[in-house]
Design a protein around this ligand. Structure first.
Ligand SMILES: N[C@@H](CCC(=O)N[C@@H](CS)C(=O)NCC(=O)O)C(=O)O
Length: 215
């Protein structure tokens, strides 16, 4: 299998797909392309009609889109275990993952992932609302699973929310105690530490993802 990703400092969608491979120790050749370069588009043109990362190639199967990759890996290699086992929990996990996948536009626009940076900026009302919603999701799940991931065991929902934990760190966003507990759990996980170590070696700057003032 080949997993195409982009700059680890900036690429939130890449992180989501990469996490399932790292978490379950699944083998894949990770091909890292530099965002917005000719090599990025030329290489991806051969494997995906969207020319976006992440893209997974598994033999004859090509899957573009982070959530579709997570679903594919779960179906093909994990026997469905990357979602919670109960139907009700699975429905909730899917609902919040879809909410993440198709929403939170204020955060996405104002607070680009920038792992190696510490920044300050003034949040719009919309971004504050997005953060309040994330805080509510994380703290409700921590009430239910104080010692675990969002649904106790690690699941696709944790992959979907991981980039948010990194943004909270970059922009010094204040969370409630329970939500912060989850954020710290994500930051302290071996996979995220590995991702951050790799991101810290990158030198490329993507200007449009450099927001706020250095702290
Ligand atoms: N909905 C897609 C979004 C993928 C996406 O926008 N990827 C960005 C990088 S994080 C990309 O490839 N951008 C290159 C471009 O837009 O030219 C997913 O979930 O994978």
């Amino acid at each position: 299998m080949q997993l195409y990703i982009a700059n680890q400092n900036y690429s939130t969608w890449s992180l989501r797909a990469w996490l399932i491979f790292d978490h379950y120790n699944l083998a894949a050749d990770v091909i890292k392309l530099k965002l917005f370069t000719p090599d990025f588009y030329n290489t991806l043109a051969k494997v995906t009609p969207t020319a976006k990362v992440p893209t997974l190639v598994d033999g004859d199967v090509a899957v573009w889109d982070s959530l579709a990759i997570l679903e594919y890996v779960n179906d093909a290699y994990l026997n469905g275990t990357a979602w919670p086992s109960s139907i009700a929990e699975r429905a909730l996990a899917r609902a919040i993952s879809a909410e993440m996948h198709s929403g939170f536009f204020n955060i996405r626009n104002e607070l680009p992932m920038n792992c190696r940076a510490k920044r300050k900026l003034v949040l719009s009302e919309g971004a504050q609302k997005d953060i309040a919603r994330i805080d509510a999701i994380w703290s409700e799940q921590m009430e239910r699973y104080p010692e675990g991931w969002l649904f106790g065991e690690w699941s696709i929902a944790d992959a979907m929310f991981a980039p948010l934990a990194l943004r909270v760190e970059t922009y010094g966003i204040k969370l409630s105690d329970k939500a912060q507990q989850y954020q710290q759990r994500v930051l302290n996980s071996p996979s995220i530490k590995e991702w951050l170590a790799e991101a810290s070696l990158e030198k490329d700057i993507v200007e449009e993802d450099e927001a706020g003032e250095p702290v």
